[in-house]
Design a protein around this ligand. Structure first.
Ligand code: ZN
Length: 284
């Protein structure tokens, strides 16, 4: 059994918990891809129970009530170690309220390497650049960890622009011969000025012009399911805007750390970047 009851906790602490939102029974789930950079779909409770909150690595996780029971849709970071992982579950609408742990397994995955040459400005940032980046990272971290309790109406995402997929998610990057961070998004080769469309309906939770990412838009789809569009030349939306699937967010460009114009598109679950291709119709 996946579910393992490990104890009871004080009922008092749970009174403050809010509902996890609308049940989206019809939303097709992302594919179970339990490896670093993937998504684990884990049963966390029976359909007649009520799950209030699930934590993975200290972060809230998206949950869904389905006919087969409650499921957690967990984003797995690229640096996750293969092996057994634990979800902390809090459940119970009325007494008895309870807390238990559920485990699942992360499998190993090796992503290919990619060698890149980039301008020295970004390899050797000035103190001003570093200060700017520090400020950027505070804003970016807030957007990445935004939590809206409403369930996403769909897990299906549309590619924001049509073009060749020029760099897949997870590539281990070697920048001018030095190890860099792995590629935490999907690059689409589009020239400057191509309209970029919202991958699904949602709400704009942040826009900005950041040192590394350039002009960027974050769209929240609910329960930590967030899409991010970066290196844009123009932003046509503002924080708080509600956008429909396919709405134009702005235009592609080459702002920030880039080797040329393209869209870098990223998808977040529980604050971690996961492979956007897991949500495209073609991958389902
Ligand atoms: Zn990229």
């Amino acid at each position: 059994m996946l579910r393992q009851l490990i104890g009871r906790a004080s009922a008092v602490a749970w009174c403050v918990l809010t509902s996890v939102g609308v049940f989206a029974q019809d939303a097709a789930l992302p594919r179970h891809a339990p490896y670093p950079g993937g998504v684990a779909v884990v049963k966390i409770g029976e359909a007649d129970s009520r799950v209030l909150e699930v934590l993975f690595d200290g972060r809230r996780v998206l949950t869904q009530k389905r006919a087969e029971g409650w499921l957690a849709v967990v984003g797995l970071p690229l640096d996750a170690k293969p092996g057994r992982q634990t979800l902390h579950v809090k459940a119970g609408e009325d007494a008895p309220k309870r807390a238990y742990d559920t485990t699942f397994e992360i499998k190993a995955k090796t992503y290919p390497a990619q060698h890149l040459k980039i301008s020295s400005r970004f390899m050797e940032p000035t103190p001003e650049d570093l200060q700017r980046n520090e400020r950027d990272q505070v804003v970016i971290a807030r957007a990445k960890n935004h939590w809206n309790p409403e369930a996403p109406p769909s897990f299906v995402l549309d590619l924001p622009a049509s073009g060749r997929l020029s760099a897949r998610f997870g590539l281990r990057r070697v920048l001018n011969g030095e190890d860099g961070s792995p590629h935490a998004g999907l690059d689409v080769a589009v020239g400057t000025g191509t309209p970029l469309r919202a991958a699904a309906a949602g709400r704009v939770i942040a826009t900005g012009d950041y040192f590394y990412s350039g002009k960027s838009v974050f769209v929240d789809h609910g329960q930590g399911f967030i899409t991010l569009y970066i290196h844009m030349s123009r932003i046509d939306v503002k924080e708080g805007d509600t956008v429909e699937r396919g709405a134009t967010l702005g235009l592609s460009g080459a702002t920030g750390r880039v080797t040329g114009p393209h869209l870098h598109w990223a998808v977040l679950l529980n604050g971690v970047y996961v492979d956007p291709e897991l949500f495209l119709k073609t991958a389902r």
